[in-house]
Each structure stands twice: as structure tokens, then as C-alpha cells.
Design a protein around this ligand. Structure first.
Ligand code: NAD
Ligand code: GLY
Length: 372
């Protein structure tokens, strides 16, 4: 990653009294201005994991020491496989053991797994305490830390138990991406790419032109990707915070992708990898529904491949692979009365929700899956 610094940018998410700023810049963890608007409280609890804690927890604790009389830390086991009740309970254990009151501020320091669990803990501890997102993966900076979706997984379905609960602030320090493994950077790029076909074709052009720079860790390119992604997400969430309709477009590729994640066993395929091949399946479905031409599907496939992501889904069953995908996708939160609802591209830069006959979905899955 380049060592250059960038000017700090702010994107605001407009949700009335629950509005909040997303700060994007380099070296933010160490800058006093980053922490100027924190909620007043006696104590803070940093929630992180055993990979991120040795990298950034001391730095964050030092910054928060200027604002809170007590700064505690709870270190969770790392991994999607631990995004469950027993790990969530470790956060409640820490809050209660430290005598934390209902003003205590939680800080989610890590990727989307830590962010989603910390948000859910904040939503429910003493019926709600404030929390701040400090995302340290690209995926979390461009997507999961923004918009207030919090959750844990259930063995039968991804992110099935959770709450909508908005953070007080989001702090995207691009400096933290310097330690991110390449595979995780690619996973984050899946969520960057998704914004193009659903909302902004000019951004898709920009991603194509700047993909190599992002993969090389160019801070200016990553800063723009985070900013534009957050702007698009903020625009969608401000119109439909609790996913009554429009917000579902942010799940482009996720219906297929969640089936990959849970079907392969949580953690075997990264969320972004499931979304990568899931976007190819969703684009292929869009083409077969007559909504887009093959050129856009091929363009997306090239980009997803170039980003280091799989463009073909794994076989989830040797006997009836498409049937297994369909079974898993019926547990998706967008399904209504057992009917799967897909986010499709409804012309370049525009998304829509559609159901599709099982036979057509089977054709798409058969065309897009390989044995891995
Ligand atoms: P993750 O949280 O598992 O992080 C990926 C890996 O990178 C982990 O091993 C983590 O410990 C490590 N890591 C984090 N920051 C690091 C750093 N700076 N340097 C080195 N290693 C670092 O995965 P993720 O991709 O960040 O998030 C995926 C999760 O986010 C999934 O559970 C998904 O369901 C969820 N998600 C939620 C939303 C939402 O709106 N709430 C949106 C998209 C995804
Ligand atoms: N990541 C999808 C959403 O926040 O709605």
C-alpha cells in the first residue's frame, strides 16, 4: 500500500435525528478531530477480534482515553464461523462484568463480522447503547459499517437474527487497510463493484479504470472508492432505512452469494467471494429475463475476475446442485411466502426486484457453477 495521505472527506447519512457522519481519511485513528463529537459517558468498550486487536486496539484505546474514564476491550475469536449467539454473549459478559451502564459507548474495531455483532449488542444491551463503527476492512468501509444493519448468523441462514440500529459515527481510516490480506481486499472490491450496475454506470467506468491502483493499495484510489460507495449507500438508506423496498437493491448478488456462504459452511468462502460469483449469477438471470444484453454480463464477469474474485459458483450438491441452491435461497430474508425475490439489473445502472420460475433459476445455476 502506498504511504500517501489523503484529505479527510465526510459523507453524511441523512436519517433525521439518527443522522451521522462517515469520516474517510488516512491516519484518522490518531487525529483528535476524529473523536471530537463522541457521546459523553464514563466508559467505552472496544469490541474487536484476535487478529485486529494486536494491530489497532492499543491505538484506539489511547485515542479514547482522552474522552472516557475507563476504556475496556473485549477480544472475540476471529471468523464468520463465530458470528453467532455464543460469541455475541462474550460482549454482554464483558459489559456486565465491567459494570457498564446504559451510556457506555461500544466501538466496533474490525471487519463486517465484528461490526455486525457489535451493532447487535449495542441495539440490545440495556435496550440500546450508542456505538461507533471503526471498520478496518475494505468491505466494512464501503458497506457493512454504514446503514445500521446488524446481525448474527443462524445455522439455517445467514444474518437471520438482528436489528436495524444506526451507529453514532463511522470512522474509515484507510491506513488500517495496509495490513489487510490481498484476498480480503478482493472481497471488499465485490461490494464496490456492485454499486456500479445497480446505481451508477459512471462509477463502474471509474472502477474499471482504477482497479489495478486499488489492488496495489493506492490510497487516493481507495479513498475515492470508499467515498463514492458510501455516498451511494447513504442515498439509498436515507430513502428506505428498514428495507421496505429500494434498499433491497444493495443486495445485488447476495441471494446467490448467501447460499454459497451457508452452503459451503460459514467462513469457507468469504462474503465478498460469494457476492462476486453471485453477481455473475444475478446478471445472467437479468440477461435471461431480457433486461440486459450479454455485453454487460461479460463486462461484469471480466471486472469481477480481474478483482481476484470467483466468477463461477461452487457445486453445493453432487446430486441436485440447483435444487440445493434453491433450498438455501428460500431462507433468504427477501423471500416472500416461499417465493425467492432476486435483485436484477433492470437496464444499465438500474436495479429491480423480480421473482423467476424455478426452471429458469436452475438454468442460470447450471450455467454458472463448477466443482471446486
Ligand atoms: P471479516 O469481518 O471477517 O474480516 C475479514 C478478515 O480480515 C478477518 O479475518 C479479520 O479479522 C481481518 N481483518 C480485519 N481488519 C483487518 C486489518 N486491517 N488488517 C488485517 N486483517 C484484518 O469480514 P468482512 O469482509 O469485513 O465482513 C463480512 C461480514 O460483513 C459478513 O458477515 C457479512 O454478512 C457482513 N456484511 C454486513 C453488511 C451490513 O450491511 N451490515 C453488509 C455487507 C456485509
Ligand atoms: N448490505 C446491504 C444493506 O446494507 O442493505
Amino acid at each position: 500500500m502506498t504511504t500517501a495521505t489523503v484529505r479527510t472527506e465526510q459523507v453524511s447519512i441523512d436519517l433525521g435525528e439518527r443522522s451521522y457522519p462517515i469520516l474517510i481519511g488516512s491516519g484518522l485513528l490518531d487525529q483528535a478531530a476524529t473523536w471530537a463529537q463522541l457521546p459523553k459517558a464514563a466508559a467505552a468498550l472496544i469490541v474487536t477480534n484476535d487478529t485486529v486487536a494486536p494491530l489497532y486496539a492499543a491505538q484506539l484505546a489511547k485515542a479514547l482515553g482522552a474522552h472516557y474514564a475507563a476504556v475496556h476491550t473485549v477480544v472475540l475469536p476471529d471468523g464468520e464461523v463465530h458470528k453467532d449467539w455464543s460469541t455475541l454473549n462474550l460482549i454482554f459478559d464483558a459489559l456486565l462484568q465491567k459494570g457498564c451502564d446504559r451510556k457506555t459507548v461500544l466501538f466496533a474495531l474490525g471487519g463486517g463480522v465484528v461490526g455486525d455483532m457489535t451493532g447487535f449488542a449495542a441495539a440490545s444491551y440495556m435496550r440500546g447503547v450508542p456505538f461507533v463503527q471503526v471498520p478496518t476492512t475494505l468491505l466494512a468501509q464501503v458497506d457493512s459499517s454504514v446503514g445500521g444493519k446488524t446481525a448474527i448468523n443462524h445455522p439455517l441462514g445467514k444474518n437471520m437474527i438482528g436489528a436495524f440500529y444506526q451507529p453514532h459515527q463511522v470512522v474509515c481510516d484507510l491506513g488500517s487497510l495496509k495490513t489487510l490480506p490481498r484476498r480480503e481486499l478482493s472481497a471488499g472490491l465485490a461490494e464496490v463493484i456492485k454499486y456500479g450496475p445497480i446505481a451508477d454506470m459512471a462509477f463502474l467506468d471509474w472502477i474499471e479504470a482504477n482497479l489495478d491502483a486499488m489492488l496495489a493499495g493506492d490510497v487516493a484510489a481507495l479513498a475515492y472508492a470508499v467515498k463514492r460507495s458510501c455516498e451511494i449507500k447513504a442515498w439509498v438508506v436515507a430513502q428506505d432505512e428498514r428495507e421496505g423496498g429500494l434498499r433491497a437493491i444493495l443486495n445485488f448478488g447476495h441471494t446467490f452469494g448467501h447460499a454459497v456462504e451457508s452452503g459451503m459452511g460459514y467462513g469457507a468462502w468469504l462474503h465478498g467471494e460469494g457476492v462476486g460469483c453471485g453477481m455473475v449469477m444475478a446478471a445472467t438471470l437479468s440477461q435471461r429475463l431480457g433486461l440486459i444484453d450479454g455485453k454487460l454480463v461479460a463486462r461484469l464477469m471480466r471486472l469481477i475476475h480481474h478483482a481476484g474474485l470467483p466468477v463461477q459458483g461452487p457445486l453445493l450438491s453432487d446430486i441436485d446442485n440447483a435444487g440445493r441452491y434453491l433450498e438455501l435461497m428460500r431462507v433468504d430474508k427477501k423471500a416472500e411466502a416461499g417465493e425467492i425475490r432476486f435483485v436484477v439489473i433492470d437496464g444499465p445502472g438500474k436495479a429491480a426486484m423480480r421473482s423467476a420460475p424455478d426452471a429458469l433459476v436452475r438454468e442460470v445455476i447450471d450455467a454458472c457453477c463448477v466443482s471446486v
